[in-house]
Design a protein around this ligand. Structure first.
Ligand code: SF4
Length: 343
């Protein structure tokens, strides 16, 4: 299939800029653990205690700090079902909000209305990991996370005036003829944002040796959704060996790029390639994946949780030993990450 990027589409995309969105990953555990494409499904039986599968608070907060410094938007906080208690989740959300000064997106499984209310002052919305809208494929590939539950969460979001996002993975059995189903889903649920990924076949899953999708197929999905929904936010993920499709996806109407190990591969040939692809699509790249900045890690000492919304104030005791201890640990992590980025 020839990829035609009509000037109308480019105009509709109306994006002179693009940027990188980093999903902050929180834990390797997921209570569902049976989605057939997912790396976490290969880990579930190996994890004896879900707590041990979590990332440390300091590594998560250090990462959020770097996102802020390098101009990477936080795509969402991402973790499997039941990987954190509500209390720990709230702690993290408040601190990340404080570091980034921006309300977050959560992609932590289906949350109920009470949980949404609890997190609401610090979040702009939640992401439903729909993955596939073809009901037959969805049932087979994600047997334990029915789309109905996600839609129920979205109803609660409407009541609470929270935004809604979804993730879609291409290459797990859906077909091009399913595009209208996705349009229907977006319309029905008034979805504000969509992240597309191409499947990366994981070892020990049924997709291990599966052929991946073509860039033409990927572009088709993005283009169709952009055409139908001029205002929806579209983020796209490409793996390292597919980065040359990024300019096509941006021209098809995508807003932003995700799924790149921006710390590990900072200023690598891959990072440079992403910025070049943005340029090729005529976009200015906000933030940087290649330019090292002077980071003052002592800024961490100044953090305290400030008012998020009217009547919602929460202060971290600046002198509490826990807080000081954590700050020290965040700084150690930051030094580690910065060293990696400088390599
Ligand atoms: S619910 Fe999400 S994290 Fe859990 S197995 Fe499925 S895709 Fe993976």
């Amino acid at each position: 299939m020839e990829i035609k990027n009509t000037s109308k589409l480019k105009k509709m995309a109306n994006k002179k800029t693009t940027w990188f969105e980093r999903a902050i990953f929180l834990s390797w555990y997921c209570a569902k653990g049976d989605c057939k494409f997912c790396y976490m499904s290969t880990q579930k039986n190996l994890i004896k205690d879900p707590k041990n599968a979590r990332r440390s608070f300091e590594s998560i907060l250090a990462e959020a700090f770097l996102c802020k410094k390098f101009g990477w938007k936080i795509e969402f906080l991402s973790g499997g079902y039941e990987s954190f208690s509500k209390k720990d989740m709230l702690f993290l959300i408040k601190h990340i909000y404080n570091i980034c000064k921006e309300r977050l997106w959560l992609n932590m499984g289906v949350l109920n209305k009470e949980e949404l209310k609890l997190f609401k002052p610090y979040i702009q919305g939640v992401c439903g990991a729909v993955e596939c809208v073809n009901p037959k494929v969805h049932k087979e590939i994600c047997p334990s996370k029915p789309i109905k539950e996600i839609e129920k969460m979205f109803k609660a979001c409407d009541e609470l005036k929270l935004k809604k996002a979804i993730t879609i993975i291409l290459g797990i059995g859906e077909k091009e003829k399913d595009i209208p189903l996705l349009k229907k889903f977006i319309k029905k649920n008034k979805v504000d944002k969509i992240t597309f990924y191409r499947l990366k076949p994981q070892k020990n899953t049924i997709f291990e040796n599966k052929k991946t999708i073509t860039k033409e197929y990927y572009v088709k999905w993005v283009k169709e959704i952009r055409k139908e929904f001029p205002k929806i936010k579209i983020t796209i993920g490409s793996w390292l060996n597919n980065l040359d499709e990024i300019h096509l996806l941006l021209n098809a109407g995508a807003d932003a790029v995700t799924k790149f190990p921006s710390i590990k591969l900072f200023n690598s040939k891959y990072a440079k390639k992403i910025e070049k692809e943005a340029k090729k699509a005529g976009r200015k790249f906000k933030g940087t994946l290649t330019e090292m900045k002077k980071i003052n890690i002592d800024e961490i000492d100044e953090f305290k949780i400030k008012r998020a919304r009217k009547n919602e104030t929460f202060f971290v005791p600046q002198k509490s030993s826990i807080s000081m201890k954590l700050k020290k640990k965040i700084k150690i992590k930051l030094r580690e990450y910065i060293k990696k980025m400088e390599k």
